[in-house]
Design a protein around this ligand. Structure first.
Ligand code: AMP
Length: 476
């Protein structure tokens, strides 16, 4: 099962009465991270005696009420929003997972996807462990509990990290403290800030902005940070981490106002538009974004090319992402419900239409038909990502290889299929210039079919075994 999620954890000093409102702060943080998952959400709070939780299917404002949050008293807690499209849409999979065991309580929230979850789960089941969900996060929880029965928290987490292959940004509650854990590649984002004398750990910095907290820094790849009510301790568990941040967070997934690993997503997307304009010049009258995901890149394209920026399409703000709807037919209806052309803006115009990505090709085709029916004389599609040719196994729910249009069609064929007058995908080099980084520092598996970790049946771009990098925990 693949998941895209948002995580949050907050710990406040236990000696202040106002610290008991952690549940409300988590609610706001999760609201700010809603774009990372709309299927289900959960908050678990601990008051030093027992955990209390609220979980439900649906959006943050629908799952929590003021009255229910008031009852979640405690100065420390963990929250989660989840977005899964491949089956598993049930309450049992809703996070955070809570496990009560002989040594206390853990609550765990995970963003990412383990490649070896099935193998690990089989092993645990053979030992007699019982699972209530089909989520890989529960596997991490069981592994951790096993370790905690024999070791301290940091050592336990290190031992679990040695077993995990894949992406994981975790926020874990263990007996009064919070732990932030990021895999050795730092695939998925995770950062923290200070809030009301304590700390907030979140998937994206926008959640810190919402809490009026200041971003301290990102959790480093391979790092475990222990947050107590009044301080933190960093343990660089993997001493030679190999950063491979998910490129798709910058292309599409993260909010543009987030800062991830030192990069403002808005800036990256504007650069993407500028690079696209340099790579694919065209005579045109207007540049229009496909809202909302193409807006920032369209602005960059317009600035660089000097072509007038104007909105040719309007989005219905009260509908979620079309991707959520199962089945091709429903997805196509959803595109029409979601988007409408502004006829006066496009009629008789040569339009450069900028979107962030083409996955299956359904959206682009529908939208181009819409803009053409509204009277555009030419439509030049510009895509803010290179062709997506391979699936993601590391936490972005994209599509299977068979569904990815660029995996089996040439660019010319895609151009014909989406009915564009011309089509330009950003090059990988152009994307790296927009990101101001080297492709070895990013995970670009979906663009190349080569992944930073071993995935059965796929190419691995790094040949050495990565588990050598785990050292004894050191304080720093
Ligand atoms: P399609 O080509 O019809 O599959 O849709 C591509 C559009 O969906 C892009 O323009 C994005 O805005 C959006 N999109 C891309 N990847 C995802 C994803 N993993 N989850 C949800 N929406 C996505």
């Amino acid at each position: 099962m693949k998941e895209e999620c948002g995580v949050a954890g907050i710990i406040l000093p236990s000696d202040r009465p106002q610290s008991n409102n952690v549940a409300f702060k988590l609610y706001y943080a999760l609201y700010a991270l809603q774009h990372r998952g709309q299927e289900s959400t959960g908050i678990v709070v601990h008051d030093g005696i027992s955990p209390k939780s609220i979980k439900g299917m649906g959006l943050v404002p629908d799952v929590y009420t003021k009255d229910s949050l008031v009852r979640l008293i405690g100065n420390v807690g963990v929250g989660h929003v989840r977005y899964s499209t491949t089956g598993g849409s049930k309450l049992e999979n809703c996070q955070p997972f809570v496990l009560n065991f002989k040594g206390g309580t853990i609550a765990i929230a995970h963003n990412g996807n383990l490649v070896n979850a099935k193998v690990l789960k089989d092993e645990l089941e053979c030992e007699g462990r019982i699972f209530v969900s089909d989520s890989d996060t529960e596997v991490i929880g069981h592994l951790l509990v096993k370790e905690l029965l024999r070791h301290g928290s940091v050592e336990s987490i290190r031992n679990v990290m040695r077993k995990l292959v894949g992406s994981y940004s975790l926020v874990i509650y263990i007996n009064g403290s919070l732990y932030a854990v990021r895999d050795p590649f730092g695939f998925k984002p995770l950062c923290f800030g200070e809030v009301d004398g304590g700390y907030a750990i979140v998937s994206e910095s926008v959640a810190l902005d919402t809490l009026n907290s200041t971003l301290v820094r990102d959790v480093r790849p391979g790092e475990v940070i222990v947050f107590k009510g009044n301080g933190l301790e960093s343990h660089q568990i993997v001493t030679e981490p190999h950063p491979a941040n998910c490129v798709f967070e910058f292309i599409y997934f993260a909010r543009p106002d987030s800062v991830i690993d030192g990069k403002l997503v808005y800036k990256v997307r504007e650069n993407i538009g500028r690079e696209l304009a340099r790579e694919y010049q065209v005579e045109a009258d207007i540049v229009s974004p496909v809202p909302d995901s193409g807006i920032t890149s369209a602005i960059g394209y317009a600035r660089e090319s000097g072509i007038k920026y104007i909105e040719g399409l309007m989005k219905n703000r009260y509908i979620g992402r079309t991707f959520i709807l199962p089945g091709q037919e429903l997805r196509e209806t959803a595109v029409r419900l979601k988007m409408n052309a502004i006829k006066d803006n496009v009629k008789g115009k040569r339009v450069v239409l900028v979107d962030d990505s083409i996955v299956r090709g359904t959206t682009a085709r529908r939208i181009i038909d819409m803009v053409r029916s509204a009277g555009a004389s030419e439509i030049h599609a510009r895509v803010g990502s290179p062709a997506i040719v391979a699936p993601c196994y590391l936490g972005i729910d994209m599509a299977t290889r068979q569904e990815l249009i660029a995996s089996y069609k040439t660019i010319k064929e895609v151009e014909n299929l989406i009915n564009a007058d011309s089509l330009g995908y950003l090059s990988i080099d152009g994307l790296m210039r927009a990101l101001e980084c080297n492709k070895n520092d990013m995970c670009i598996g979906c663009l190349t079919g080569e992944y930073p970790v071993e995935i059965p049946g796929e190419n691995c771009r790094i040949k050495q075994a990565r588990l050598d990098y785990f050292n004894e925990p050191k304080r720093s």
